[in-house]
Design a binder for this molecule. Structure first.
Ligand code: PLP
Length: 440
């Protein structure tokens, strides 16, 4: 093949061409097999060839592909929305779901819904957004502005709306040596209270955060008690809580929504990757009843829209994905294989000189690399350590999701693992053994 006409991340990279799939493996045109231990970016949670999902998509192609949401609805979109509302965390109530094409679009839509809610409620002065750093909420301008990822924001800084960022809980580096988990959770949650106070509570529209931080920090759950306290602070100040479950949602951490495990519900929830599992490009925003009621009693109209919302083939594919997860009890497998993955990682890397931290939940785990374990000093930002490890694992036939440290060198490089929910015991051990060989 000559020079590619497709925009790839690296213009000079010559990428293998994937021509076939086999369960959790990708196969390139030279016949090489790659065990997919990251699902791209925590996307392919059912491997690459689930027969039920394939059949559902084919059947929908023969039935109906697209109708415009201004004039019609369609059965798979209705059924999928009902399912997502039915399994939403307690407290969501009779919500509604908007279907979109990507996680970034879902974040934009959530921000716009939050703004509409404030206006329709008679509080138009609420326009401030508070988010966290590190975080990643997408690549479109609003989502990029919301994300607390210094490297990704930098070139576009003049184009970004103003968003206020507080620290995300990151125990490895931010928890005091003698500080209990409960005290740490409280201290981090109070950062939100203080930021709302600084801005003026009547001006704050929403707090945006990932229940388990994904790409920017690497599968970082919050300390116990953080989320209930955040919910209380948002309620006390009339601030909407937007949970970005684009990566952490749809079973990745062992429950459909990661926030379920914290015992609270968000007002707006974004989801994407595990929703369609890569079989179709699809994302969604779930609005809790509280939001729906205000808009219904106000204009009764959605002040946002995209041509491909509620696409019938995309929603049919995602519906089949969610049904497979339920019918095959795959959340149990996420918990079981997740425990196995954690144990194998801890056994393998507990004493490693360059592994500073291992963190995660369910089948969502990260190894953070450091130049010096004692001081926790990260590798120099030019070291390329995580990317080199990712390349070494790929050369050995296992795909991981490596990231350079992202906040001005404060947090280290990391390698993220997000294997399929259908992973076998042997595949989990293969992933960890290969990573060990790649890290050395
Ligand atoms: N939000 C989170 C938490 C993500 O991890 C991502 C993508 O990695 C996004 C939003 C953006 O999703 P997309 O790449 O589909 O636009």
């Amino acid at each position: 093949m000559g020079e590619s006409s497709v925009f790839h991340r690296d213009f000079n990279a010559v990428l293998p061409m994937v021509v076939a799939v086999d369960g959790n493996y990708l196969i390139d045109d030279s016949g090489r097999r790659y065990l997919d231990a990251c699902g791209g970016a925590a996307v392919s949670c059912l491997g690459h060839d689930h027969p039920k999902v394939r059949e559902a998509i084919k059947a929908q192609v023969d039935r109906l592909a697209f109708v415009h949401t201004g004039s019609f609805t369609n059965a798979p979109a209705e059924e999928l929305a009902a399912h997502l509302v039915a399994c939403a965390p307690e407290g969501t109530g009779a919500g509604r779901v908007m279907f979109l094409g990507s996680g970034s679009e879902a974040m934009e839509a959530a921000l716009k819904l939050a703004r509409q809610y404030c206006i329709e409620k008679g509080e138009p002065e609420r326009q401030q957004i508070i988010a966290r750093k590190p975080s990643y909420h997408g690549n479109t301008l609003g989502a990029l502005a919301t994300g607390g990822h210094a490297g990704r924001r930098a070139p576009f800084a003049p184009l970004l709306i103003e968003v206020n960022h507080i620290d995300a809980p990151y125990p490895y580096r931010l928890q005091g040596q003698d500080e209990s988990e409960a005290d740490f959770a409280e201290r981090m949650a109070l950062l939100l209270d203080a930021e709302i106070g600084r801005l003026g509570p009547e001006t704050v529209m929403a707090f945006v955060a990932e229940p388990v931080v994904g790409a920017s920090l690497g599968t970082q759950p919050a300390p116990k008690g953080y989320w209930p306290r955040v919910r209380e602070i948002c309620d006390r100040h009339g601030v909407l809580l937007i949970a970005d479950e684009v990566m952490s949602g749809m079973g990745r951490t062992g429950t459909t929504y990661a926030l379920e495990q914290e015992g609270i519900a968000a007002d707006l929830t974004t989801m994407a990757k595990g929703l369609g599992a890569g079989y179709q490009p699809i994302a969604a925003v779930l609005a809790a009843q509280k939001v729906v009621d205000v808009i219904k009693a106000g204009s009764g109209k959605l002040w946002n829209g995209h041509t491909y919302m509620s696409h019938a083939i995309a929603t049919a594919g995602a519906l089949a994905v969610q049904q497979v997860i339920e019918e095959e009890n795959l959340l149990d497998n996420v918990v079981r294989r997740g425990a196995q993955l954690e144990a194998a990682l801890r056994d393998t890397f507990a004493q490693h000189a360059n592994v500073g931290d291992m963190r995660g939940r369910g089948l969502f785990w990260t190894v953070e690399l450091v130049a010096d374990r004692k001081s926790k000093a990260p590798f120099d930002s030019s070291s390329g350590i995580a990317m080199n490890i990712g390349s070494a694992a790929k050369a050995r036939g296992v795909m991981t999701y490596p990231s350079p440290g992202c906040i001005d060198g404060v947090n280290g490089d990391h390698v993220l693992l997000a294997p399929s929910y259908t992973s076998t015991e042997a595949e989990i051990y293969d992933i960890v053994e290969t990573l060990a060989a790649a890290v050395q």
